[in-house]
Design a protein around this ligand. Structure first.
Ligand code: SF4
Ligand code: SF4
Ligand code: SF4
Length: 256
């Protein structure tokens, strides 16, 4: 019998909510973990072992020490998973990169002789290659279960590559644009069950852009509301990486 895969969870700069999503799968948790050997998971066990096959990385890279640490983990793991928006795209943490670092430090810390060690925020795939990205802030529990099952059975995990609107329409929601609320569902990767628009809240794009977003359609919709990408970034959107990327791509194409 093959030994169970050794699994480790590591957290970097984040709220640790995605690890809690894993631990809150109470109905299947014992069954899930019975197929693996959890050798490192600060929120769940005191084991701290440096040999593992599969590593989940939660959080963003924000210091030089983080860069070294994530490279160390990458060198040991056969399979590396960027786990949650902080890790896959930089998530909320990337707001820090919108102003120069010294300006951000002065704003947050005031005048100091020596400022804390920090660097511009990077998503994990910007530093090391990852086998899988599990998107969302937080990750979706059912998608996490599916990934976990693929890992233990050796099957390939495929993430959704249709927009959130696809799930939203399946739920027969009234589109928020009809209520004058701008929404990033048309260009954001589905997989969350369109949870925000289902509760009347716009999609902020926490799962990042789909591979081939229909930027022209979203651009036209925003224009109808007198919104530009820049204003969207400034005033509305918390998960800015996808929106900034989308705006840049449109600008390259010369969209007005
Ligand atoms: S992706 Fe969201 S829930 Fe997950 S660790 Fe980051 S801030 Fe927390
Ligand atoms: S509410 Fe948002 S996600 Fe739903 S259909 Fe409209 S644009 Fe798409
Ligand atoms: S609807 Fe949008 S913001 Fe809400 S969880 Fe899904 S992808 Fe994230």
């Amino acid at each position: 019998m093959n030994p169970k895969p050794r699994v480790a969870f590591f957290d970097f700069t984040c709220c640790e909510g995605c690890q809690l999503v894993f631990l809150s799968q109470e109905d299947v948790l014992l069954d899930l973990v019975s197929h693996v050997d959890i050798v490192n998971f600060r929120e769940a066990t005191s084991r701290r072992e440096d040999g593992y096959d599969i590593a989940f990385i939660e959080g963003s890279i924000t210091t030089d020490e983080d860069v070294e640490r994530v490279r160390h983990i990458r060198a040991r793991a056969k399979t590396l998973i960027a786990f949650g928006a902080c890790s896959t795209t930089g998530g909320v943490n990337k707001l820090k990169n919108r102003k120069p670092l010294d300006e951000q430090l002065r704003t947050v810390c005031g005048q100091m002789e020596k400022y804390p060690n920090t660097i511009p925020v990077m998503a994990v795939p910007e530093v090391v290659p990852c086998e899988y990205l599990l998107h969302g802030c937080p990750v979706d529990g059912s998608e996490l279960r599916r990934l976990f099952l693929c890992l233990v059975t050796g099957k390939e995990f495929r993430q959704s590559n249709v927009p959130v609107c696809f799930d939203c329409r399946l739920k027969e929601n009234v589109c928020l644009y009809h209520k004058q609320i701008p929404c990033l569902g048309p260009i954001t990767r589905a997989g969350c069950g369109a949870i925000c628009p289902s509760y009347g809240v716009r999609c902020d794009g926490c799962r990042g852009l789909i591979d081939q977003p229909n930027l022209n359609a979203e651009h036209s919709l925003l224009r109808e509301f007198g919104l530009t990408w820049e204003r969207l970034v400034d005033q509305y959107i918390v998960f800015q990486e996808g929106v900034v990327l989308a705006g840049d791509r449109l600008a390259e194409r010369g969209a007005d």
